[in-house]
Design a protein around this ligand. Structure first.
Ligand SMILES: NC(=O)c1ccc[n+]([C@@H]2O[C@H](COP(=O)([O-])OP(=O)(O)OC[C@H]3O[C@@H](n4cnc5c(N)ncnc54)[C@H](OP(=O)(O)O)[C@@H]3O)[C@@H](O)[C@H]2O)c1
Length: 343
């Protein structure tokens, strides 16, 4: 099998590794990758040599975690999938692999385009930005940063009943946000940003900011534009790969006086009604990652959610380095990127 391995900053290779598919254990599933999607933000940091994310592996390491493939074989005790099913997993960029049935895996419903479905887990994370911060239908939302996760938040917001403004650092990304359904879009360095958001919200203000960008200026924008007593949901890895701070990130006037709440988009979201029945393979978290991905897939099956609308590049896996180099150079025209693993 072939797998992408990052050996150090800007040193990515596709390597051959052995995989014995002839003796699957009872709980194992053999999956052959069809396509995988580029999770640009985190992977670009890894590629650039930014500090390791705590708990994540260091070099040499795998990359990617959005994989769509066909089930080629199942162990004798497997019940979740059968040979021929198409599944999305959070496995790295690789041509085939064996995983445990208890791992993160969701079946793709019939009729969902693979180029949409491969985004199920990434968009589930975008959905988590809403759930973790206790979003309520009708609230005004500003999404700061229009990368893959920001775009997911923009696409999901209207489906969840939000009014969504995109805040980007390039006009091209604002156009993409509009294509994905943003109600409005503004540049983050617009000197009249707050006035424009006041007009957008009829003076109510931004109830929830979803922050998807690492740089500190984006954080300052988030604190600045959220209304008093509002919330900021932070999915970005703040400050990762950025120059260290030379200012107070939580000045009194923007944090204490405004009385805002900051939410880290990790760990389970608070939920008042946990499932009391038994969920095979998962704990009782109603919005555990696979449950959230299933919901996202159901929106795709309904034709309401279409990540492939913003697929800007398709690469054969053997050209993967070119995609990482484009991300390295912050290519604004590149957003959705699919790697094709068929020979
Ligand atoms: N919490 C989690 O579990 C989790 C999981 C996955 C990813 N993440 C993190 O989530 C973040 C988003 O991921 P992604 O793939 O969508 O990243 P991304 O592609 O880097 O998207 C962020 C976008 O925000 C832009 N930006 C930077 N500064 C800005 C500013 N001041 N105002 C407006 N936009 C600004 C960036 O532009 P430039 O390219 O010009 O900087 C980029 O286009 C990343 O930090 C990633 O590491 C977190």
């Amino acid at each position: 099998m072939k797998i992408a391995i990052l050996h150090g900053p800007r040193n990515l290779t596709i390597e051959e590794q052995p995989l014995d598919t002839s003796n699957l254990a009872a709980d194992e599933i053999w999956i052959e990758t069809q396509i995988s999607a580029f999770k640009i933000g985190t992977d670009r940091g890894n590629y650039e040599g930014a500090e390791d994310v705590p708990g994540a592996p260091t070099y040499p390491r795998w990359v990617g975690d959005s994989n769509l493939g066909g089930v080629r074989g199942v162990g004798s005790a497997v019940t979740r999938v059968k040979v021929g099913d198409v599944v999305v997993t959070r496995q790295p960029h690789q041509s085939e692999y064996i995983m445990k049935e208890s791992g993160s895996l969701v079946k793709v419903p019939n009729g969902v385009d693979p180029e949409d479905a491969v985004y199920a887990h990434l968009y589930a994370l975008s959905a988590h930005c809403y759930r973790k911060a206790l979003f309520q239908p009708g609230e005004n939302v500003a999404v700061v940063g229009v990368g893959v996760l920001g775009l997911g938040a923009i696409a999901l917001g209207p489906l969840f009943g939000g009014r969504v403004a995109a805040i980007a650092n390039s006009p091209l990304r604002l156009e993409m946000a509009a294509q994905m359904g943003a109600h409005a879009g503004f540049l983050s360095d617009d000197p009249n940003l707050k006035d424009k958001l006041d007009a957008f919200t009829n003076g109510v203000g931004i109830d929830l900011v979803i922050l998807t960008a690492n740089p500190w200026p984006a954080f300052q924008t988030a604190l600045d534009i959220v209304r008093p007593n509002g919330r900021v949901s932070i999915v970005s890895l703040l400050g990762r790969g950025e120059t260290p701070l030379n200012f107070n990130p939580l000045p009194m006037e923007l944090f204490y006086i405004k009385g805002i709440s900051l939410f880290a988009v990790s760990g389970p979201a608070g939920y008042l009604f946990p499932n009391s029945g038994s969920f095979p393979f998962h704990n009782q978290d109603r919005w555990a990652a696979d449950r959230a991905a299933e919901h996202v897939l159901s929106l795709m099956a309904d034709g309401r959610l279409e990540p492939k609308r913003l697929i800007t590049h398709r690469f054969h896996y053997s050209d993967m380095v070119n995609a990482y180099e484009m991300a390295y150079s912050r290519e604004k025209s590149m957003l959705g990127v699919i790697f094709n693993w068929r020979e």
